[in-house]
Ligand binder design. Structure first.
Ligand SMILES: [Zn+2]
Length: 166
């Protein structure tokens, strides 16, 4: 089923070069990028990130609340000091509200309704507002290092361009 992963990896290994010499250490740009899992976004190409340079945390919407565990590990154990929050145009997370998805799930799994209703899927009410909200959330969170530089960006899936909004 996932044979294509193995096939693609063979080419990757052929071109791996000396990247095996990279060691477990703080990423050289000391940067965390939080962005959406959307399959249209190629983070290394879009943000000019090579192996060893940054931590990229991806989830549905690129929401920071869902990234906190990784952000803490990155900051406290691997010395990153900057976070770029990148959400994007045409994001699926702009298209529904919690009750919509909770309703679909509860229909299929009525016995799990309580559990389902306790999940916040973190949909985004509006794009730029969502980015600003997430940047603010990080700046105010007691477990995010105070000296962290936090910026917010919108990635346009039609042009590949990022624009800073916070
Ligand atoms: Zn998205």
């Amino acid at each position: 089923m996932a044979q294509h992963l193995d096939d693609a990896n063979r080419k990757h290994v052929e071109n791996f070069g000396d990247k095996g010499k990279l060691v477990l250490s703080p990423p050289s740009k000391k940067l965390i990028v939080v962005t959406c899992m959307d399959a249209r976004i190629d983070t290394s190409s879009a943000f000019g990130l090579n192996e060893g340079e940054a931590h990229v945390i991806r989830n549905a919407g690129g929401r920071v609340q869902d990234s906190l565990r990784s952000i803490i590990v990155s900051q406290r154990l691997l010395a990153t000091n900057e976070i770029a929050v990148v959400q994007h145009t045409d994001c699926g997370m702009l298209t529904f509200k919690n009750p919509d998805l909770q309703g679909i799930l509860a229909e299929q799994h009525p016995e799990e309704k309580d559990k389902i209703d306790s999940i916040d899927f973190l949909p985004i009410p509006n794009l730029e507002g969502g980015v600003r909200e997430d940047v603010q959330w990080l700046k105010e969170h007691p477990l995010v290092l105070k000296e962290t530089v936090v910026t917010g960006w919108v990635y346009d899936v039609k042009t590949g361009k990022v624009s800073q909004v916070a």
